[in-house]
Design a binder for this molecule. Structure first.
Ligand code: UD1
Ligand code: CA
Length: 466
């Protein structure tokens, strides 16, 4: 039979020092919230080790918000409500009081909502130790040169115990092995010892750390890399964990063949995928569910969100893509803006100061300079001159513009939608197209030019000399 585990995510705390307008578990972290990270790693931990059981978030401060967020994304996560934040042991009691099923699982794992760098790897190591050493509880610890604020690990002959900073003697405060707040416990063991935890300490809180004792069969597992346990209590620590998470993401991508010119100034979110041979310049922000293919180039200043960039495509400097698609070998930029629904075909070229919204541009289309294309379909190899506008909005509704393949739209033209231009058409420069054009047609719509010799002086104003 598979092992059963109750995973408890402690998420009742307030997080005052973050000074955010949100409860701490919902503090932003990369393009997610803090609480997303432990939940995701727990999912991996359960599936990697074929564990059964369930996950429960202990909520308290602004519990409606935290609960609503978790429920919307992780329907399998249960809740326990801690009415008053009386300490970490009290939070775990709230969990065991929430359902009798929690008592029946083999192990109980405790993880904090504010330690987003902890990964499935650490959890699995703890499980392996608990099983190989046949002990009752494991706490993850690490060495910290500046251990201020952490509980100190005092190792005994058999087990160990933890002294919180506030309650520690000067001698104990010098100890650099500290408690991470991550525990894997036999459920039977924790139920037995949780009963005895009191609040006779300097904080008057019920410390979960009091369940570890020197003479019991408990182990402190010291991890060499302490920064994985970094907790987010203030904005500086939030920035530090984001930096660590991003560096991990970049290291994975680099390993897979992505080349970074200056990765310390490159911002890539968690779920982004990038193919081998792609080059990423600095000051780029790539987020959401973006997928970038192989051998693509993303130049400096690019912002790409929820978009697809195909193999060998180029996003040139200072371009913005959101909910857009850039086909194989297509180019966009510099200074291009591809808004949601922009679907740019292979080998197409979108140039500087061009905005495209909700439009499909087929293979090889060129819109090279200073244009707006919205709610349009443009066929293969059509060339759009400089300064073209699809007038798609009548003040109340958006209308569609269709332009066929191999057409040529002269510079400084506009189409007033709804309108359709066929294949192989030619629109003369500076035309306003309001009527549809059949295949192969030519249209011109602009005032006739009149030239009067010598008449310029009538209009040229000269400044009076003082
Ligand atoms: C805790 C540990 C300390 C460890 C440190 C690591 C205790 C007594 N101390 O201290 O040994 O070095 O973590 O970061 O456990 N929470 C609740 N309800 C409560 C209190 C806390 O849900 O009543 C949650 C918080 O939201 C947070 C977690 O428990 O996610 C840890 O609480 P926190 O107050 O940050 O504990 P520390 O003082 O940091
Ligand atoms: Ca903490």
């Amino acid at each position: 039979m598979n092992l059963t585990i109750g995973a408890v995510i402690l998420a009742a705390g307030e997080g005052k020092r973050l000074k955010l307008d949100a409860p701490k578990p919902l503090a932003p972290c990369l393009d997610k919230k803090l609480v997303d990270f432990p939940i995701r790693e727990l999912q991996k931990f359960f599936s990697r080790n074929k564990l059964e059981g369930f996950k429960t978030a202990v909520v308290g401060h602004q519990k409606e918000l935290v609960q609503a967020y978790i429920a919307g994304r992780y329907p399998d996560v249960k809740y326990a409500v801690q009415v008053k934040q009386l300490g970490t042991a009290d939070a775990l009691r709230a969990y065991f009081d929430s359902s009798i099923d929690t008592h029946k699982l083999d192990y109980t794992l405790v993880i904090c909502a504010d330690t987003p760098v902890v990964s499935e790897a650490e959890l699995t190591k703890m499980l392996e130790l608990l099983q190989s050493e046949k002990c009752d509880a494991v706490a993850a610890t690490f060495k910290e040169e500046n251990p201020k604020g952490y509980g100190r690990i005092i190792r005994g002959s058999k087990g160990f115990h933890i002294v919180e900073e506030k309650d520690a003697t000067d001698e104990q405060r010098k100890i650099t092995e500290v408690n991470s707040g991550l525990y894997l416990l036999k459920t039977e063991y924790v139920l037995e010892h949780l009963k005895d935890v009191d609040s006779n300490n300097k904080s008057g809180e019920f410390y979960l750390t009091d369940i570890f004792k020197d003479d019991l069969n408990v182990k402190a597992l010291c991890f060499p890399q302490g920064n994985v346990f970094l907790g987010v209590n203030n904005l500086e620590q939030l920035e530090m964990v984001e930096t660590i998470l991003r560096a991990q993401k970049i290291a994975d991508l680099r390993e897979a063949g992505v080349r970074f010119i200056d990765s310390s100034h490159t911002y890539i979110d968690d779920e982004v995928e990038i193919g081998a041979g792609t080059v990423i310049y600095p000051n780029t922000y790539i987020s959401g569910k973006t997928k970038i293919g192989k051998n693509a180039v993303i130049e400096m200043g690019a912002q790409i969100k929820d978009s697809i960039v195909a193999d060998n495509a180029k996003v040139l400097a200072y371009s913005i893509l959101e909910g857009a698609k850039l086909g194989e070998k297509a180019h966009a930029g510099p200074f291009a803006r591809l808004r949601p629904g922009a679907d740019i075909g292979p080998e197409a070229k979108i140039g500087n100061f061009v905005e495209i919204k909700k439009s499909v541009l087929d293979r090889g289309v060129k819109v090279s300079h200073l244009s707006y294309v919205g709610d349009a379909f443009i066929g293969e190899e059509t060339n759009i001159g400089c300064g073209f506008i699809t007038c798609n909005y009548d003040g109340a509704h958006k209308h569609i513009t269709r332009i066929g393949k191999n057409s040529f739209i002269g510079s400084d033209s506009q189409t007033v939608a709804p309108v359709e231009i066929g294949d192989d058409c030619f629109v003369a420069s500076s035309s306003t197209i309001t009527k549809s054009m059949p295949n192969g047609s030519f249209a011109i719509s602009r005032g006739q030019q009149t030239t009067k010799e010598g008449m310029a002086k009538k209009f040229i104003k000269t400044k009076e000399k003082k």
